[in-house]
Write a protein that binds this ligand. Structure first.
Ligand code: ASP
Length: 579
């Protein structure tokens, strides 16, 4: 390969194949060609007139020789050698590439890159990303196989799965008017595998969800999906830790053997997020009790918390503070209180300067200083609201003010456990909304709360857990309900009646009648894991052929119209466009 040749190979006659990365003429008859394959570049010294242009595909045969004194190139792995006495075979001519294929491609419009993805893939960064992804997949398979998991492929054309997103559907030609759904996940099939005695299932599974796209989300994505029979949360966490650890080791060389844990409640309380980025501190500090009897109306709230931004007062302008206040309001807060810490008085004690300072008494100001460990030069931000809103707004503010760049701060994994079973209660229907999917088992000791009012329901903890990496939700899982009476009760609460349950998930409920072991599982996103391992902000950089943010593929032009005949065959007629 081009990138493999070293001084050890001097004297050898070799053939290398690749693309012309660069050509420099030396006089009329001598040209220096940098030939590129995925291993690197090799300088080939070619005699005689050749019309060799950029990205031509060549086979070059020649003799490896040291570069002449003083011409070695330290920035190339092959920089001490070159290929001389070359004979060149042109395997393919090429038009000039639509954009430069070296580091300058970073500035090229993404749509242009995606339209010519086959050229983009030749770039070293894309080669590295896809090869790393393959190494991660291989390490995951090894880790799962090594733990006795069995890879089972589940179908792509299925009836809808309840993961909470919109399904992509595929019309059936044989039964016009009916549709398959593409799986949002293999959830129901993997649970059926448990009934089927495949007590350790896994799959590197493609999943489809029709949701708005973002940097960390595509319509189709890949998960490591797993399920274990006769097992509970601890078994799943241990097995997933081994798999994730193997993937990290495959890329960084350092194993991850131990992943810390935090309850959902703690994560919200301390980081204002159910996917805390623990690469940095700036934790939310509880102040509710300090203001229990306050005279300041804005602080008469069920929850008050604060964060401290160390030494940031001087560098933060008043207009930036106004912007942050606007942001906090957009996130749902009624307001944002900021305070600048100054060294005041003779004793040098900290003084908090703020438009609201005059409404607070000395004890209150003193408590803020003490709880947050405020030093002169710091900035403090406070939010007073319902607990969930206080956490939410300060959690976002913390990220806005303190979050390290994607490739900084190392890899900080975290298990978040004890999620609530329901994320909210719909005010109109009075029905709870599940936080995970409807097959998630509540904590045994919280089962009684299922008979209570909506406040009680929101207290029910589930045996559900998330894996978080650097503030990204990598994946989720849960212990499943395998007892029909509990499942019936949950369906009832969610407003899924006997009949609907039977028509939607009848096959699962039926299966459970034939002997279901207790089981639990998990799935995590491979696109996200690989992106973070490579320090890429955008998962599109680790997917060979991604869709753009608007869900289109500039290369194949998907989605495209189909002709009238095809529509008729499927029994479909299009409505006129609504706009
Ligand atoms: N099916 C879930 C998901 O795709 C994961 C699980 O509960 O195993 O998020």
């Amino acid at each position: 390969m081009c990138g493999e040749l070293r001084t050890d190979h001097v004297g050898a006659t070799v053939s290398v194949c690749g693309w012309v990365a660069r050509r420099r003429e030396h006089g009329e008859h001598l040209a220096f060609i940098d030939l590129r394959d995925h291993t690197g570049l090799l300088q080939c010294v070619v005699d005689g007139a050749h019309d060799l242009r950029g990205e031509y595909v060549l086979r070059v045969t020649g003799t490896v020789r040291p570069r002449p004194e003083g011409t070695a190139n330290a920035s190339l792995d092959t920089g001490e050698v070159e290929l001389g006495d070359c004979s060149v075979e042109i395997l393919s001519v090429a038009e000039p590439p639509p954009f430069p294929l070296d580091d300058r491609a970073e500035d090229v419009d993404e749509t242009v890159r995606l339209r010519h993805r086959y050229v983009d893939l030749r770039r070293p960064a894309m080669q590295r990303n896809l090869r790393t992804r393959a190494a991660v997949n291989a390490s995951l398979r090894r880790a799962m196989d090594g733990q006795g998991f069995v890879e089972v492929e589940t179908p792509m054309l299925i009836a809808s799965t309840p993961e909470g997103a919109r399904d992509f559907v595929v019309p059936s030609r044989h039964r016009p008017g009916t549709f398959y759904a593409l799986p949002q996940s293999p959830q129901l099939f993997k649970q059926l595998c448990m009934v089927g005695g495949i007590d350790r299932y896994y799959q590197i599974a493609r999943c489809f969800r029709d949701e708005d796209l973002r940097a960390d989300r595509q319509f189709e994505f890949t998960q490591l999906d797993a399920e274990m029979g006769f097992a509970g949360q601890e078994d799943v966490l241990a097995a997933v830790t081994v798999a994730v650890g193997a993937a990290v080791e495959a890329v960084t060389g350092d194993p991850v053997s131990d992943i810390g844990r935090m309850t959902w409640r703690d994560a919200m309380d301390r980081y204002g997020s159910d996917k805390p980025d623990i690469r940095f501190g700036m934790e939310l500090v509880e102040l509710t009790d300090v203001f229990a009897d306050t005279g300041f109306n804005a602080f008469k709230a069920p929850s008050i918390k604060a964060i401290r931004l160390e030494g940031a007062s001087a560098s933060t302008s008043r207009s930036r503070l106004d912007d942050l206040t606007d942001m906090a309001k957009r996130w749902g807060a009624k307001g944002l209180v900021w305070m600048r810490a100054e060294a005041g008085g003779e004793d040098g004690a900290v003084e908090l300067a703020s438009p609201v300072a005059k409404f607070l008494d000395a004890a209150e100001l003193g408590a803020i200083t003490e709880r947050l460990g405020v030093l002169p030069g710091d900035l403090v931000f406070l939010v007073a609201d319902e607990w969930a809103m206080t956490c939410h707004v300060l959690g976002l503010l913390r990220l806005e003010l303190g979050r390290p760049a994607v490739d900084e701060g190392g890899l900080q994994f975290l298990w978040v456990v004890d999620f609530p079973l329901f994320e909210s209660v719909d005010p109109t229907s009075g029905r709870p909304v599940p936080a995970h999917h409807p097959f998630t088992m509540p904590h045994e000791e919280d089962l009684a709360l299922l008979d209570g009012d909506s406040d009680a329901l929101l207290e029910v903890r589930s045996q559900a857990y998330d894996l978080v990496l650097n503030g990204w939700e990598l994946g989720s899982g849960s212990v499943r309900i395998h007892r029909p009476e509990v499942q019936r009760q949950i369906f009832g609460l969610l407003g899924i009646g006997e009949q609907e349950a039977q028509s939607k998930f009848g096959f699962l409920l039926d299966a459970f009648r034939y002997g279901a072991p207790p089981h639990a599982g998990f799935a995590f996103g491979i696109d996200r894991l690989v992106a973070l391992l490579l320090g890429e902000e955008n998962i599109r950089e680790v997917i060979a052929y991604p869709k753009t943010q608007s869900g289109t593929d500039p290369l194949t032009k998907a989605p495209t119209a189909i002709d009238a005949g095809h529509l008729a065959e499927l029994g479909l007629r299009l409505l006129p466009p609504t706009t």
